[in-house]
Design a protein around this ligand. Structure first.
Ligand code: SF4
Ligand code: SF4
Length: 203
């Protein structure tokens, strides 16, 4: 290496060092994005659409909309959902399949959302509650229908009598209207006979 090459290499190294320090200096004054979890738990904002865990949607009366159709179970690509059903006798004498247990394994869920999008009654959704850490894999298997299942309500009495009474007057009226023209026919026939008798008397 001659003296010229030595200085060229030296300046290249210094230039590279200045470039690196330039990036370091910029990041030194840039606002920090690191979250100090769990110290910042009270101010932490998780996006609403973040998929943390599957859950049932219960209303104020403690009812859910799952009809035990198993569409979510069939559409789940990795068998995360297991649905147990039972047949119940309805008050009207028919039978109906009802949900017994809805088992969800958070440990094998890939959060693809296929179960939610395939549900015909919008009975399930993803919660953004991200704090799901547990000590065993078994604890990740959850029963989502945690409230007791409700019985089927008794069927309301059918308003059959009211409909009969509504229909009856219409039938009477229509019969009257059908009979009415017969009188006119009688009168039409009677008049010519009378005129014939009158003609005979005049003769
Ligand atoms: S999000 Fe995907 S993997 Fe998870 S339970 Fe639903 S269908 Fe299965
Ligand atoms: S959660 Fe929806 S798709 Fe799954 S069994 Fe219930 S009604 Fe069917």
């Amino acid at each position: 290496m001659n003296i010229k090459e030595y200085f060229a290499s030296l300046f290249t190294g210094i230039h590279s060092l200045i470039k690196g320090m330039e990036v370091t200096g910029k990041e030194l004054v840039t606002p920090k994005v690191t979250e100090q979890y769990p110290e910042n738990r009270s101010t932490l904002k998780i996006p609403d659409r973040f998929r943390a865990t599957l859950q049932f949607i219960y209303d104020e009366q403690g009812s859910h909309k799952c009809i035990a159709c198993k569409s979510c179970e069939r559409n789940c690509p990795n068998g995360t959902i297991k649905i147990q059903t039972r047949m119940v006798d309805l008050p009207n004498g028919k039978k109906k399949m009802k949900l017994d247990k809805y088992i969800y394994d958070l440990g094998s869920c890939t959060f693809c959302n296929l179960c939610v999008s395939s549900c015909p009654t919008s009975a399930i959704e993803f919660s953004n509650d991200f704090e799901q850490a547990v000590f065993t894999r078994e604890a990740l298997v959850k029963q989502l229908n945690y409230l007791p299942e409700k019985d089927e309500p008794a069927p309301a009495p059918a308003p059959a009598k009211a409909e009969e009474t509504k229909v009856a007057p219409k039938a009477e009226k229509s019969e009257e209207t059908k009979v009415a023209p017969a009188k006119d026919e009688e009168t039409k026939v009677a008049k010519p006979q009378a005129t014939n008798q009158e003609n005979k008397e005049t003769k």
